[in-house]
Design a protein. Structure first.
Length: 205
């Protein structure tokens, strides 16, 4: 089994979403000895351009060297997603929406004929049978509220790819007085998820 850990926060060790997603991936991997692929989006990604979009439309065995260079990142990100059985995403809310790197990742992995396909009745996701967890964190925006344009979009996008089994771990309103309590509750949910997957002695973060 393979776990894909995706972090999208621009912050390092101080990031709450990274702390939660890292902990969940670690504990899930310890449950069954699963392999963890780590993708830190702000450090690794570029945005889709006209040239890179055109390059991925060319069959691999027909690409020029330049086209291969432009398409290689998207190919790698898609391969990671296909390989993964479980996806863990650390997703803070920035200005009511997803981090730019997370949107860039979505643009790179959405590929017709590979991660989804068009049919007479509309698009169909090709990545069925996977489980996704989202560590959704915000400074003030209530997750799931009318100002949250991140969590609903991300769940919809994963479903578009066929990943419909999505569970949220929420720590929102971090700038409020009960921020520490919400972080504690998120850690407790991670412990509960890990125990459901076979851990008998949860790791202390």
């Amino acid at each position: 089994m393979t776990i894909l850990l995706i972090n999208s926060s621009i912050r390092g060790d101080d990031s709450v979403s990274r702390t939660l997603s890292n902990k969940l991936a670690e504990q899930l991997s310890q449950s069954h000895g699963d392999h963890v692929l780590v993708r830190n989006l702000p450090e690794d990604l570029h945005f889709v351009s006209e040239q890179s979009f055109a390059a991925v439309q060319v069959p691999k065995d027909e690409r020029s060297e330049q086209e291969e260079q432009l398409a290689s990142l998207a190919d790698t990100l898609i391969d990671e997603l296909i390989q993964a059985d479980t996806i863990v995403i650390g997703a803070p809310i920035y200005n009511f929406g997803p981090p730019a790197a997370l949107k860039a990742w979505a643009d790179l992995v959405a590929r017709a004929g590979t991660t989804f396909k068009y049919t007479e009745t509309g698009p169909v996701g090709l990545l069925e049978g996977k489980k996704a967890y989202i560590a959704a964190v915000s400074g003030g925006t209530p997750v799931g509220g009318p100002m949250d344009f991140m969590s609903g979009w991300l769940q919809f996008f994963l479903g578009f790819l066929g990943i419909k089994d999505v569970e949220l771990i929420i720590a929102d309103g971090m700038m409020s007085g009960d921020g520490p309590k919400k972080i504690e509750l998120a850690h407790q949910k991670i412990e509960s998820i890990a125990q459901q997957h076979g851990r008998t002695e949860p790791t202390v973060a």
